[in-house]
Design a protein around this ligand. Structure first.
Ligand code: SF4
Length: 319
């Protein structure tokens, strides 16, 4: 799944690094109209012309456009056309969606945008306001996401960063998404990382045991509803029975991300049946909560790998 690789590289961008141009991602502006308290991209700067040209001429099949908020870029449609003229098949825009009016949705899709990945942190007004840092925007965001869903099947994905503010609401979030966003492609839950603004808001980091309990309920509901939820950043011992929904597995399988320096080296992981396919615990988490919650996992590793390779975004689709 090429898009998945593109998104993985996107997430990798938030791991400190120097070179923008070696990945299929672009930034045309660093400003944002949101104030998310969990923002990982706080100090992102726009790419230089030279970096943009390197990405454009790298022969990627798919490119993701990030920000800041990409919709603040007035020339975004021209940029998308420029990307498409280079033969790029799919263009994904990562946005909070607040500026995605009907006219902007139409013009961006006509220019060649394939999908919108909406940062949608909560479905309830209070939690939405705390997470996004902006009061009163839930109705507008919901309306704009819904419009994108109705415009084209699989044109919208939800990205939800899981924190102490919203982790108890994950099951209801899934129900809300299925009721309000018909045609939604899938939901990606990202366990919050101590990076960007979270460095000043470490209270946002929930413990994995409590989050796992809520996440498993959400996963079960999502399966019943026929919408796929994938999870980034939760070690496999916290997803018993649902390991194949871990977004991280094929990073590990393919050796695509070097987690040295980011993840903790725990003794318990050396005795775990899934250590070959689990990215393990992050250091920032272990520094905050210790290692007591981690237990060796027991599961059919080959079956998990088979399900992952078959295509994770289709894990819950009914047909
Ligand atoms: S014990 Fe370690 S390797 Fe095993 S599932 Fe948990 S975090 Fe992953």
């Amino acid at each position: 799944m090429i898009f998945k690789q593109s998104l993985k590289k996107l997430l990798r961008h938030f791991i400190p690094r120097k070179d923008f141009s070696s990945q299929p991602i672009m930034f045309f502006n660093s400003k944002c109209n949101g104030r998310c308290i969990f923002c990982l991209a706080e100090n992102v700067v726009s790419m230089s012309k030279k970096e943009i040209n390197i990405v454009l001429n790298s022969g990627y099949d798919e490119i993701s456009i990030l920000g800041g908020e990409p919709l603040l870029c007035k020339e975004l449609e021209d940029r998308v056309r420029q990307i498409k003229e280079k033969g790029v098949k799919k263009v994904h825009v990562f946005t909070n969606g607040l500026l995605l009016s009907k006219e902007r949705l139409d013009s961006l899709m006509e220019a060649g945008v394939t999908s919108f990945n909406f940062n949608f942190p909560a479905h309830t007004p209070k939690e939405h306001e705390i997470m996004s840092g902006l009061p009163g925007n839930l109705p507008r965001q919901t309306e704009n996401i819904r419009r994108a869903c109705l415009k084209s099947k699989n044109a919208a994905t939800l990205v939800c960063v899981v924190t102490t503010v919203n982790y108890k609401l994950l099951q209801d979030y899934v129900i809300y998404a299925t009721e309000n966003f018909p045609g939604l492609f899938y939901i990606l839950f990202i366990f919050v990382k101590v990076s960007g603004r979270v460095n000043n808001n470490k209270w946002l980091l929930p413990n994995l045991t409590d989050t796992s309990r809520e996440m498993l309920k959400a996963l079960k509901t999502a399966k019943e509803k026929g919408i796929t939820c994938l999870i980034d950043g939760m070690p496999l011992c916290f997803l018993p029975g649902w390991e194949a929904y871990s977004w991280d597995i094929d990073n590990k399988l393919g050796g695509k991300i070097n987690y040295t320096g980011i993840n903790a080296d725990l003794e318990v992981c050396r005795h775990c049946e899934l250590s070959d396919i689990c990215v393990g615990p992050r250091k920032d988490y272990v520094e905050m909560y210790g290692d007591k919650e981690f237990k060796p996992a027991h599961a059919d590793k080959e079956e998990i790998i088979r399900l992952v390779k078959r295509g994770q975004v289709n894990l819950n689709t009914k047909n």
